[in-house]
Design a protein around this ligand. Structure first.
Ligand SMILES: [Zn+2]
Length: 753
């Protein structure tokens, strides 16, 4: 029986021109084996293998504690069988796994933590950093031999191709991820689709599963302003004020909180505070830490004490000067050498960042783990800026004579000034190019990928990053072509057009790297304003083009098929959100829509109407007039404006709608990047609380634009009172600009509640 099985199992298959023996796996002959005493991490891997292979083969495979005679066994984890077969994953770098495919058995073994349980951690909503390499082996095996693709968790994002049998080429191999650090920051990368965004625990559970499928890191050399962890301010602000930054005004920065408009915990880095860092680092390593993060507090600014000033030896305290480079890196190296001198196995981590980002002259020993902060994939449309980032990473790697430990990148939109809510930040090609160029010089990356609205905006970016992080090199054209084909079937060409179009928009017109500024707290992105975004970039014409691709894709696949449901999923997550936002914005903004609304609403309770004469508004003497419109001429002052005067109009605790029309003529803002410059309207409320509501709220209007409509609804405070002589506390405002802002049709309505 056994021989008959073996004869059946050993086939010859032609592979790359050579004849290799191959084992044939079928639903009828296969089983998954996990030893009874295996760690939970191995058992979890075995459950995943059983589940997916059963779906591929169309047959529920048994999960058994010991190989059954006559069946083809897939043996998981490190155990007596794997050792007898010669697998030694413990000799390989962390997260590596070994695979051996024989005529009767396949072994997949990695190092698994003996105490941690992935299933329990998923239930609790957080996957910890522990070894689970057999699971990586299972996902890798399913990808390589069974054609399974994990684009996104769940039925829609996972490809499980049905096959009556799988041919496994006999032989052995091992896999080590190219990057040790692999973190896409799922926590901040947008809500998980189909799960209530307000249900934080359910969100975390879903993201824990996703993190496992992305095969993210199981360990991390920490590096994020680690000096704060030493609690210097709490311990020494009274006894050793000289440890703290001396500010220009002669005071020491002894506080822990934000103060003087900048961060607390700023230190004097020529003081003996570094003795504390050294002694505490030795103590922490003795207690079991491996690398201690000694990166200074964020937003570091210069200490004005004589010692520091002598060391800095400059008047140029700009970021670009990197004036603190030599000081911070020589201190860092001194701590690392103390660790070595004490005979300890460990070291420190330091980031080249802000005012200490340049390359220092001091030699940096191996036990200093260097981390860098660079803009990342959004630099793709400006190769000069991208190449400058890569050159920075390369020059550090050359300085060290080894790759830097990891880089911190910022492909995000919600942090910084780049908002573009509901516009998909899908740019897998940019991810591939950036990380392919950086790969020779880094051992990993933290991808700070904040998005507010949907995790789906990031799934292709993360898939490409994860694949590159494991394989080192990828052919992104092939990866994307395969994704489109496997996910969307006959709809693939249309979906390829859809994905390419949204990537080009994002990279070329929205996440524009010429607007990535280097700041004290890392690279900061500035996006287009909302009106350009919805009028010119994600215009109706562009949305129509996307819609046509999605319609053509849907028409190419059978209705109700998995492919059709995937196209509908992408439509909802990556198209409909943007289309709805654009429509809403444009109707809010269209004077015609508002005029029609006013004409139709005969029962409106109008409290204020600017009318033709603007009586009571106290218009400036140089105000221009054109029909019912007035033009405020701005001359660069902090603001010009006027307010409606007269008897009290605002009632307490009452809902109002303010709307108006605005046109701008050569209105130039003093700081083109900043908010708070340009034209707006304002409602002030006085009472116990003061509030000022502006429309628009952040980026006021500027440039030369034809008439637009603006409206805002608000409810007055309980105790709203009037400033004597002002009616309704309504203001027309122009801040920090030159040029003309035209206002017309200002109307305040009381709304029924
Ligand atoms: Zn100092």
């Amino acid at each position: 029986m056994k021989d008959a099985f073996r004869l059946g199992a050993i086939l010859l298959t032609c592979c790359a021109g050579s004849l290799l023996p191959a084992a044939e796996l079928t639903g009828a002959n296969a089983e998954v084996v996990v030893a009874p005493n295996a760690p939970q991490a191995t058992r979890f891997a075995a459950a995943e293998m059983t589940n997916y292979l059963s779906r591929v083969l169309g047959h529920a495979l048994p999960l058994v504690p010991t190989p059954t005679e006559g069946r083809y066994a897939i043996i998981l984890g490190t155990n007596a069988w794997s050792r007898a077969a010669g697998l030694r994953p413990e000799t390989l770098p962390r997260d590596s796994y070994c695979v051996k495919i024989g005529p009767c058995r396949t072994y997949i073994a990695g190092c698994d933590n003996p105490t941690q349980d992935p299933a329990r951690q998923i239930a609790q909503g957080s996957i910890g950093k522990f070894e689970r390499a057999t699971l990586f082996g299972v996902y890798g095996f399913l990808d390589r031999h069974a054609g399974v693709r994990f684009y996104f968790p769940g039925e829609l994002g996972t490809i499980v191709p049905a096959a009556p049998s799988i041919l496994l080429p006999e032989g052995s191999y091992s896999v080590t991820p190219r990057f040790a650090t692999r973190d896409c920051y799922l926590h901040g990368a947008g809500p998980y689709p189909g799960v209530d965004p307000a249900d934080a625990k359910a969100q975390r559970r879903a993201k824990a599963v996703y993190s496992l499928l992305l095969r993210e890191e199981t360990d991390r050399i920490p590096c994020c302003h680690g000096q704060n962890r030493f609690k210097i301010a709490e311990r020494f602000s009274e006894s050793h004020p000289e440890y703290f930054q001396l500010r220009k005004n002669g005071t020491r920065c002894i506080g822990t909180k934000f103060e003087h408009n900048w961060m607390g915990r700023q230190l004097c880095h020529t003081s003996k505070v570094w003795d504390i860092f050294r002694e505490d680092t030795l103590a922490r390593i003795r207690k079991g830490e491996r690398y201690v993060d000694i990166m200074p507090q964020d937003g570091m600014s210069a200490c004005m004490c004589d010692n520091c000033q002598r060391v800095f030896n400059t008047d140029d305290f700009s970021l670009a000067s990197g004036y603190a480079t030599e000081l911070i890196w020589s201190n860092t190296v001194a701590v690392a050498k103390a660790v070595t001198d004490a005979g300890l196995d460990g070291g420190v981590s330091q980031m080249a960042y802000g005012t200490y980002r340049n390359i220092p002259s001091v030699d940096i020993p191996e036990n200093v783990k260097v981390v860098l902060a660079v803009g990342g994939p959004w630099s793709e449309s400006h190769p000069d800026i991208r190449d400058k980032q890569i050159a920075f990473v390369r020059s550090w790697a050359e300085k060290l004579g080894r790759p830097v430990s990891w880089i911190w990148t910022y492909p995000m939109k919600n942090y910084g000034r780049l908002q573009a809510r509901d516009v998909p930040q899908v740019a897998p090609r940019a991810f591939a190019t950036f990380y392919t160029l950086a790969e020779p010089y880094i051992d990993g990356s933290f991808v700070e990928s904040n998005v507010g609205e949907s995790l789906v905006q990031n799934y292709l970016n993360f898939y490409v990053f994860s694949k590159l992080a494991w394989d080192g090199k990828i052919d992104v054209d092939q990866v994307l072509a395969e994704h489109h084909r496997l996910m969307f079937g006959a709809g693939a060409p249309h979906m390829a057009r859809f994905f390419d179009a949204i990537e080009r928009k994002w990279i070329d017109e929205i996440a524009v790297p010429s607007l990535i500024g280097e700041t004290e707290i890392g690279p900061m992105l500035y996006g287009p304003n909302e009106i350009d975004l919805w009028l010119k970039i994600y215009s109706r014409a562009f949305l129509d083009e996307l819609n046509r691709s999605l319609q053509a894709a849907a028409a190419a696949v059978p209705s109700g098929s998995l492919e059709a449901r995937r196209i509908a999923w992408i439509r909802e997550e990556l198209y409909e959100r943007a289309a709805r936002h654009q429509k809403e914005f444009m109707s809010l903004f269209s004077p015609d829509v508002e005029r029609a609304r006013r004409a139709a609403d005969k029962d409106a309770r109008v409290v204020v109407e600017s009318g033709a004469d603007w009586k009571g508004w106290g218009l400036p003497k140089n105000a221009l007039r054109d029909g019912t419109a007035v033009g405020l001429v701005a001359d660069g002052r902090v603001y010009v404006g006027c307010a409606l005067r007269g008897a009290t109009a605002l009632k307490p605790n009452t809902k109002y709608r303010l709307s108006y029309f605005l046109k701008t003529d050569k209105l130039e803002r003093r700081d083109p990047k900043g908010g708070g410059n340009g034209a707006c309207m304002e409602v002030e409320q006085y009472g116990k609380k003061y509030s000022a509501l502006r429309m628009p709220a952040a980026t006021y209007w500027s440039g030369t634009r034809d008439w637009i409509h603006q409206s805002v609804e608000f409810t007055t405070n309980d105790d709203v009172v009037q400033l004597p002589g002002y009616k309704a506390n309504l203001w027309l405002r122009v801040f920090n600009s030159t040029g003309t802002a035209w206002f017309d049709g200002v109307r305040l309505e009381e709304m029924s509640r």
